[in-house]
Design a protein around this ligand. Sequence first.
Ligand SMILES: Cc1ncc(C[n+]2csc(CCOP(=O)(O)OP(=O)(O)O)c2C)c(N)n1
Length: 548
Amino acid sequence: MAEATEKAVCELLADSLVAHGVSHLYGLVGDANLFMVDAYIRAGKGRYVACNHEASSVLAAIGYAQVSGNIGVATVTHGPALTNIITPLVEGVKGCIPLVVLVGDTPPHDLEHLQTVDQRELIKATGAGFVEMRNPGTAMEDLARAFRLAAVERKPVVFNMRVDLMWEKAPAEKPPVRQAVSIRAVAPEGEMFDEALGMIASAKRPLVLAGRGAIEPEAKAAILDLARRLEAPVATTLKASGLFHGEPFNLGVFGTLSNPVGADTIMQSDVIIAFGASLSWLTTVSGAYIKGKRIVQIVGDMQENARRTEPGLVFVGDPALTARRIIEVLDEAEIPGSQATDENLRKRLEAQAEEFATLPTLPETTSGTVDLLATLRHLETAVPKDRVLVTDLGRFIHTTWKVFTTTEPHNFVYSAHYASIGLGMGEAIGAAIAGSDRTTLLVAGDGGFMMGGLTELSTAIRENLDLIIIVCNDGSYGAEHIQFLRKSMDPTTSLLFTPDFAAVARSMGATGIQIRDNSEVPVAIEAIKHRQGPVLIELVLDPYKIDS
Ligand SMILES: Cc1ncc(C[n+]2csc(CCOP(=O)(O)OP(=O)(O)O)c2C)c(N)n1
């Protein structure tokens, strides 16, 4: 009788994942997690996506979390499987990505177990949270704590499950789901806020900036209302790209990637009101974009990690409530608009947009290679505008971000929080699954794709993802190649021996097109337009002729 109401820990954990609404579990199975994964699959309430490398399973969960806005969930076994996920965990920590990663652990009584390693110490060094499954009776409660911690602290949390506990029995109770407590900041008030209001009210050329911490619909609406009330142009950080897509006075990205009219307008502004943006050196262009300006920075919580060193006012406040409060005060005091969004700015932005829309001709370049910028511009015409963009890291990245703009922040997946190459493909898999109603585009270099891309090409093909992969193959580690050239040294050490990526893709069952000549660009465009499943486009580039 008692046995009928008991279940094995591996089954209880699977029930718990279902209760937490885990619709996708990314992983690679081993001794410690295979029965839990099996039970999850058999429950039939979610999809298990097997990856070829543990790192990719955590990366896929990161890509999934960035696009869906939900907690990403992955599972790996113990020892070497755990050491394989260290880089993705650091990436998740630095990117404030909420994840739960269920990892196995070896039995403590088996001192000779080959896969034993001090897992807690390893995880601690990454900055991720660590929740130990204490015993069979607390397994579900412990997992609920891991989910709550990931949501509240917006970070990866490792849930450590000893293999010897997996078939232990415990009462089959309803899995507890600890709701993340609703934490909402309020609008700031007091003397310091009055000072900020004074700055804003007296601004001649105000500018409203939004970062990833201010992308939710309520915040977006309030920030846009404030910008209209102030007659101020809007801009976003790179990670909030697309938030103001379609707005007439949208300057685009504020930072190293600013367009010419945007950069000029930023330099002319006198007060910047920044919501949910940490103002990193990439956003401020090492301080140049905020120098001599008055700054009011509103961050949602201290995890926003305000990095700015220039003098200014920083508030912890809810972005939507704070923007609404500023509007109220401006209205009460009958402060007139600044007229910064005038006809002149509108015309300059329109002229710039027209210029950007004009396709360049494909220039002649070294025989057997094509031009990066022009070729990407042509390929862009075939990729749906509401694409999800994932980039690996390399010298192609700035050109890629400028050419493949996105229409909303959840369509922009950033894989370079830790500045690691090779993370793009894993993240693209989770991104394509979360964004399965639209197309995902991955752009990678040959080095990054050799490291993390080829490994998971078969996963993308098996899952039949709507994924376009562009490999920018300059036959080198570009960032290193350029360093040798700058010192007039032989760059051979930075050269890469790569296969014909398009042929490899075809041999695995995807569409693969190699572009070595301008005449092949239309072939690639047709392949993108008529794709069914993953398509890989390889651009052969001259490593000596790439602007980064
Ligand atoms: C894991 C890791 N290893 C090494 C580096 C150093 N690194 C930075 S960029 C780069 C070259 C990337 O080459 P590729 O992917 O071909 O892109 P490219 O720059 O050539 O366009 C390397 C090796 C790194 N950032 N991360």
